[in-house]
Structures are given as structure tokens and as C-alpha cells.
Design a protein around this ligand. Structure first.
Ligand code: ATP
Ligand code: MG
Length: 376
């Protein structure tokens, strides 16, 4: 009866004698340990304990036998095919009618999935800690840069303008006044440009008003011009206005990928594409530069360097998307971002907003930069 019940149990069951020798194991127990019935008997099971866990488990198990108390532990097994499996083992002592110790009855449970989930949770927490530290660093660096720009560039130009205007007040000669005013106008024009650039670097307003396609096209043109890259931007005309969080995530991921092309790739050409798929928006950022080994990124990120890729992954994952990277030394790099097609709730009319801002939406543009093949 006991055997019948035990053979159908979803838990691994084993019986050990007073010396800790295994005298019985059920089907599930043998499956958890990956052993045959004969291999599971005696001390056989200890052979499959992971070498790193074995010394401690054996000491604790020997103490449980000697002191006739229960054993509880979570340990790793190294299976025949070298796979690692986590097992929770719990034993209770067996006493006969006279209260004499007769051995242990143990149950074994495969907890590999739970351990894997715990491991993922730990890694995610670690990544979030790195990212939040990084966020504070970035905020500080950005504030410093804005303060420098305001003080050194904009502040200097304003001071010069003020001195010019004060001088003009004192000049009786109208010709000299005209010259001073012209200098001041030039200074103010430069100032306007600087303020505009500063504001654009902080936030691309057309992302809110005109949407992802227009903002990305503008950004690609601007960055390519600044960096002297040949660039192409392709988009499916059917890309709709998406949820603000999805559009922002896609824009920021593209921004980081393009910054990486400019900083690291030494590329001649850059291609950015937006495709509408049935379930997803597909972003591609492709360059023909030096390429790299993507396997190196994770290590650098864990050490606190190179967090761009990590933050791209987080941004994508936060909106339910996925990121992939194809690259190898001297092969160029292609970054793929897949974002869920969550439509924008308020349905801002893109063309209306464009006209209102005096920023006509261009029709879909197709420029084929040499060296880059069009998407298939
Ligand atoms: N397009 C690319 N071409 C060549 N190498 C690249 C490219 N993109 C990334 N890399 C390599 O991958 C590394 C990691 O990129 P990542 O964006 O994570 O960090 P980073 O740019 O070095 O630093 P930051 O944290 O400021 O972004 C880079 O240091 C670079 O070596
Ligand atoms: Mg980067």
C-alpha cells in the first residue's frame, strides 16, 4: 500500500536507515536526481550533489544521522549531462513503537524554476540599482553642463550685449551707435541659437506635437549633419501615433543607438528605419562602422561603465518591448527595437499640429545612401 501511494506521489520520497543508507526511493525521487533505482540506494545519491555544495551537505547530513534529528536543506545537483538542478530536501525521523530511532523519511522537491526566478529577480534588482545610480550621475552631469553653458556661453554673450548697449548710450555719434547696435543684434542672434540648441538637446518638442516619425527624422538629420555622416531615414507611411510612453521609449532608444554610432562606430553611413508590423513597431538603427562584440556589453555594464545599452533595454522592457543587437568586429552594427503598437488614446491630429507649428510634414522620403541596402 505504502509503495503504491508513494510511486504515484508528485514529491520525491526516500527512506534512509539509522546509518543514513538509502533503502528505498520512489519514481519521482529518482527522476529529480536523474538516477536509476540501484544508483539511488546506499550513499549513491550523494554522488550527484554539486561539488561546491557537497562538503557542507555531507557534514549537515552526518550530524542529522548522529544526533537523530531532521535535515532540511536546499542544494544543487550536478546531473549526468552536467546540467544543474536545485533540490529542496526535508527529512523527518522515524521512530518505532518503542520510540527507538529507525532512520529518516525524506522528501525531495525540484525547485530549479523557483531558484531561476529568484536569480532573475536578484539580477533585475541589481540592474535597477545600477541604473538608478547612473540616473543620478547623468542628472548631475546634465545640470553641470547646463550651468556651464548658461554661465560661460550665454552669460558672457549677455554681458557683452549689455556693455555694448551701455556704450551706445554714451556715444553722441549716430554712426558709432549703429555699429554697436549691429554688434549687439549679432550677439543676440547667436544667443537665440544657443538657447534653442540647449532646449532641443534637453527635449525634442516635436515628439509631443508631431510624433515619433517627424521627431526621429529631424533628430537623424540634425545629428548626421553635426557628425558629418551620410544618413537615411525610412519609415512606413502607416506608422500611427502611439502611446506617449511607447513613442518616448522608441525615440530615446534611437537617440542612444545613434549617439553610440557617432561615438564608437567610426561609420560613414547611418540608416534609421521605422516599420509597422502586425503587432509591433520595428525600429532599426544600422551603421557601417567598426562593430563590436555584443557579449562584452553586459560585463562592462555590471562594472558601472557603458550603461547606454542597459538603459535602452530597460526602456524597451518597461513598455513591453524587446531589443536585439547584431554586431561583430568590422561588420557594422544593427540595433533592432520592437515596441508594442499601443495607439495613442487622445489621437492628436499630426497634420493639424504640423500646420499649427508651421512645420509641414514631409511625405515619406527614400534616399539610398551608398553602402547601405534598402530594407527587405
Ligand atoms: N554602433 C556601435 N559601433 C561600435 N561599437 C559600439 C556601437 N554601439 C555600442 N558599441 C560598443 O558597445 C559599448 C557599450 O555601449 P553603451 O552604449 O552601453 O555604453 P557607452 O556608449 O560606452 O557609454 P554610455 O554609458 O555613455 O552610453 C561601447 O562602449 C562600444 O564599445
Ligand atoms: Mg552609449
Amino acid at each position: 500500500m505504502f509503495r503504491k501511494l508513494s510511486e504515484s506521489s508528485p514529491m520525491g520520497i526516500a527512506v534512509m536507515d539509522t546509518k543514513g543508507q538509502c533503502t528505498y526511493t520512489n519514481l519521482r525521487y529518482r527522476a529529480v536526481f536523474g538516477v536509476t533505482f540501484m544508483e539511488s540506494l546506499g550513499q549513491g545519491w550523494t554522488r550527484w550533489i554539486h561539488p561546491e555544495d557537497r562538503p557542507q551537505v555531507l557534514v549537515e547530513w552526518a550530524a542529522a544521522i548522529r544526533q537523530q534529528h531532521e535535515y532540511t536543506g536546499e542544494l544543487r545537483l550536478q546531473l549526468r549531462d552536467a546540467a544543474v538542478r536545485w533540490v529542496a530536501l526535508r527529512s523527518s525521523i522515524m521512530l518505532d513503537d518503542q520510540g527507538v530511532f529507525r532512520g529518516h523519511a525524506a522528501i525531495a522537491e525540484d525547485i530549479t524554476e523557483r531558484k531561476r526566478a529568484e536569480d532573475n529577480l536578484r539580477k533585475t534588482t541589481e540592474r535597477l540599482q545600477i541604473l538608478s545610480r547612473r540616473l543620478l550621475d547623468v542628472q548631475e552631469t546634465e545640470r553641470r553642463a547646463i550651468a556651464r553653458e548658461l554661465h560661460d556661453e550665454i552669460g558672457q554673450a549677455l554681458t557683452a550685449t549689455k556693455i555694448n548697449l551701455q556704450t551706445a548710450l554714451r556715444f553722441p555719434d549716430p554712426a558709432a551707435v549703429t555699429q554697436t547696435l549691429q554688434d549687439s543684434i549679432e550677439l543676440v542672434s547667436g544667443l537665440l541659437q544657443q538657447v534653442r540648441n540647449l532646449s532641443l538637446d534637453l527635449h525634442a518638442p516635436m515628439l509631443d506635437d508631431l510624433g515619433l516619425v517627424a521627431a526621429l527624422r529631424w533628430y537623424v538629420d540634425r545629428q548626421a549633419q553635426r557628425a558629418g555622416l551620410r544618413a537615411q531615414f525610412l519609415n512606413d507611411p502607416s506608422v500611427p501615433r502611439l502611446d506617449t510612453a511607447v513613442e518616448t521609449a522608441c525615440f530615446r532608444v534611437a537617440q542612444e543607438a545613434i549617439t553610440n554610432v557617432i561615438r564608437h562606430a567610426g561609420a560613414r553611413t547611418l540608416a534609421v528605419e521605422l516599420h509597422r508590423q502586425i503587432q509591433a513597431l520595428h525600429l532599426i538603427v544600422r551603421d557601417d562602422g567598426t562593430g563590436f562584440d555584443p557579449a562584452d556589453i553586459q560585463g562592462r555594464a555590471t562594472e558601472g561603465f557603458s550603461l547606454g545599452w542597459l538603459s535602452m533595454q530597460e526602456r524597451t522592457a518597461l513598455v513591453g518591448g524587446r531589443l536585439e543587437c547584431e554586431s561583430a568586429p568590422n561588420q557594422g552594427t544593427v540595433v533592432h527595437g520592437y515596441f508594442p503598437l499601443v495607439l495613442r488614446a487622445s489621437g492628436v491630429n499630426q497634420r493639424h499640429a504640423a500646420r499649427k507649428m508651421g512645420f509641414p510634414l514631409k511625405p515619406q522620403r527614400r534616399q539610398n545612401a551608398p553602402g547601405l541596402s534598402p530594407p527587405t
